[in-house]
Ligand binder design. Structure first.
Ligand SMILES: [Mg+2]
Length: 275
């Protein structure tokens, strides 16, 4: 399957945003071309973007290094937890929160100046990870219904891929985990991660580039591609993750600029646009 180029695009690419799972690795295995891509863009501005809110940027950097990639600086890693914390801090500086999630989320909320308050929270924030139980759902539901807390979810993914003792498994994503609270309270949660603009906007601000000068490389049409195109970035799909080589394009979703079977083919195709 050759790379398909769908849109006329003459402008050079000045910065790259890389999704990780399904692009650089799958499970715990590096994907073909990941090392070559990072080598090629070493002197080009780039960031790693993930909807996964569980790990801190430091932990994500360690994981990339453990898989054999050069360790990025943690400031190059943007998670949906960081985007959520930054977004809420901008809306309400010093906000109070109650969160259901892991380290990556709590660390980001504290770093953004948020204050944990399970009695009187401005926001109930749902991320991903183990430990969601009847008690924390009850606290969350009562904060929304009785205190008027706003329900927020770090990312909309229904499910996410994972590797456990060498076997692939599927875990519930933020979209699934926020559902019990949303249903109990009859409210729609605010969604922060891809395809919403917050994570992409944070990336542009951090790199000091315009969306039109950025290329987003991702493996999911509904989040990576749709979100990047919506804010005016260029987008490239690699079919090495959730969306396989034979999958037909989902109805109603916009096509990316490049649609490639894998990173080696994509790298060859985008070469003329790279600095
Ligand atoms: Mg992915």
């Amino acid at each position: 399957m050759p790379v398909k180029l769908f849109a006329d695009n003459k402008r050079p690419i000045q910065a790259l945003l890389l999704d990780m799972d399904g692009v650089l690795y799958h499970g715990n295995s590096l994907l073909a071309g990941a090392t070559a891509l990072l080598q090629r863009i070493k002197t080009t501005r780039h960031l790693f973007l993930t909807n996964n809110p569980r790990r801190t940027p430091e932990a994500v950097a360690d994981r990339l290094e453990a898989m054999g990639l050069p360790r990025p600086d943690p400031t190059q890693i943007l998670t949906s937890a960081l985007a959520t914390a930054e977004h809420l801090a901008r809306l309400k500086p010093g906000f109070s929160w109650y969160a259901i999630g892991e380290d990556g989320l709590e660390t980001a909320l504290l770093a953004a100046g948020g204050r944990l308050d399970a009695q009187q929270a401005d926001f109930v924030i749902v991320g991903e990870g183990p430990g969601i139980d009847f008690d924390c759902l009850t606290i969350a539901i009562n904060l929304v219904l009785k205190q008027g807390a706003r329900l927020v979810v770090t990312n909309p993914d229904a499910s996410v891929d994972d590797q456990h003792e060498g076997e692939h498994r599927v875990l519930p994503g933020g979209g699934a985990l926020v559902a019990p609270i949303a249903i109990a309270c009859e409210v729609e949660p605010w969604v922060i991660g891809k395809p919403q603009p917050a994570l992409f906007e944070m990336a542009c601000a951090r790199l000091d580039v315009e969306p039109a000068d950025c290329l987003m490389i991702g493996d999911r049409p509904d989040t990576d591609i749709a979100g990047a195109l919506a804010i005016g970035m260029r987008a490239a799909l690699v079919r090495t993750g959730r969306f396989g080589p034979d999958a037909s394009w989902p109805a109603g979703l916009p096509r990316p600029h490049w649609d490639a079977p894998d990173l080696p083919h994509l790298l060859q195709a985008i070469e003329p646009w790279l600095p």
